[in-house]
Design a protein around this ligand. Structure first.
Ligand code: NAD
Ligand code: FE2
Length: 383
């Protein structure tokens, strides 16, 4: 049996945040708890949203203590802050880090038996829907606004916990490219490569089927087209909007079918060294793709095609190699570092990283079954 869960309503397009106030009022929601991060305040992104609330006289509090790879402690602090704000709705403004933090706060508020946060890891048996979340993504990467997932770092056990819960999905998403114009080139590149990783892993994962394939192939095509321009010309609204929609479409697929070993191996790198999620994925993607070639060979030819590579006259094997090369070239073009050693990863940690990656929730979705030794070899290759 297959199942598809998507958020109920989304708006797209530059300037689409203008609907926020009327959507809040239409639903009879009264007070807003904004979850965001400090850089988004500094870059004036939060102000673009609060201006709309101000002019509609909608009350709000702001919680901005969210860092990249958000932690259990930050979720607990956010919960306390949500309690004292007295809001009935959460508006998440940010990349995956603020949106995921918002999801954890919203789910625990209505399911207080999970207030230790760590018991939410994996598929938690929450009984109640979360506090209503309205998500406004400011990166084009995670698609957290449409997924049933959120990722929180358990700092005590040095582990990124992937939490999967249909009760945590936002009621409304507003995918407004104007909120992404200030995203620095390096973060645009990393988050865009995260989206490409979602699309490729979601396309070849064990649970993939016709409907998810449709989403992922379109996302691969759009990311290949728009990412280089979004990195080189940050104010190009067409490229920003193309990326915003592409990462959302990738999320419509992967949220329903799972991911694979790239994410399984990227999560420990985030937990151990705080490496940005997109950078870790981008670096590992071509290496893990090579490893998966055998089990996904037919699909790799489709990836090559979606990336604009002419596969006419190529054997399936050559087309598959072309797909891996196209991904590698794109990562280089947008300036992703090529080796883990450049990111301060310690060689002596590779063994324990491999164990963590083997136990990650995403790893079983990989099309090729892996052992801890396989993973260690892949980390060594990336090192
Ligand atoms: N929920 C999901 O389905 C899902 C999927 C993949 C990854 N994740 C998780 O999401 C997190 C990563 O999220 P992310 O990659 O979106 O990055 P992020 O939210 O961590 O943001 C990265 C940096 O970019 C800055 N930034 C964001 N938008 C900006 C803008 N418009 N202008 C200027 N600066 C801006 C932030 O302040 C931050 O410093 C990781 O923890 C990852 O594990 C979640
Ligand atoms: Fe991701």
């Amino acid at each position: 049996m297959k199942r598809v869960i998507l958020n109920k309503m989304s708006y797209y397009g530059a300037g689409s945040r203008s609907v926020l106030a009327s959507e809040i009022k239409k639903r009879g929601l009264r007070k807003i708890f904004i979850v965001t991060d400090k850089d988004l305040i500094k870059f004036g992104v939060v102000e673009k949203v609060t201006a709309i609330l101000d002019s509609a006289k909608i009350k709000y509090c702001i919680f901005s203590n969210v860092k990249q790879n958000p932690t259990v402690a930050q979720v607990k602090e956010g919960l306390a802050s949500f309690g004292s704000c007295g809001a009935d709705t959460i508006v998440a403004i940010g990349g995956g880090s603020p949106i995921d933090t918002a999801k954890a706060i919203a789910i625990i508020s209505n399911n207080p038996e999970f207030s230790d946060v760590v018991s939410l890891e994996g598929v938690a048996d929450t009984k109640n829907k979360c506090v209503p979340i309205i998500a406004l993504p400011t990166t084009a990467g995670t698609a957290a606004e449409v997924t049933i997932n959120y990722v929180i770092t358990d700092e005590q056990n040095v582990k990124k916990m992937v939490c999967v819960d249909p009760n945590a999905i936002p009621i409304l998403s507003i995918v407004d490219a104007e909120l992404m114009l200030t995203l620095p080139a390096s973060v645009t590149a990393a988050t865009g490569m995260d989206a490409l990783t979602h699309a490729i892993e979601g396309y070849i994962t064990k649970g993939a089927w016709e409907m998810s394939d449709m989403f992922e192939l379109k996302a691969i095509e759009m990311i290949t087209k728009h990412l280089p321009t979004a990195v080189k010309n940050p104010s190009d609204v067409t490229a920003r909007d193309g990326m915003a929609v592409a990462q959302y479409i990738a999320g419509m697929g992967f949220s329903n079918v799972g991911l694979g070993l790239v994410h399984g191996m990227a999560h420990p790198l985030g937990a151990y060294y705080d490496i940005p999620h997109g950078v870790a994925n981008a670096l590992l993607l071509p290496i893990v793709m090579e490893f998966n070639t055998k089990s996904s060979i037919g699909k790799y030819a489709e990836i090559a095609r979606a990336m604009g590579v002419s596969v006419v006259g190529l054997s399936t094997e050559e087309a598959a190699q072309a797909a891996v090369k196209a991904v590698k070239d794109l990562a280089i073009e947008v300036g992703i570092p090529e080796k883990l050693r450049l990111l301060n990863v310690k060689e002596e940690d590779l063994k324990s990283l491999s164990k963590s990656a083997f136990e990650d929730v995403c790893t079983p979705g990989n099309p090729t079954d892996v052992t801890i030794e396989d993973i260690l070899e892949l980390y060594k290759k990336a090192f």
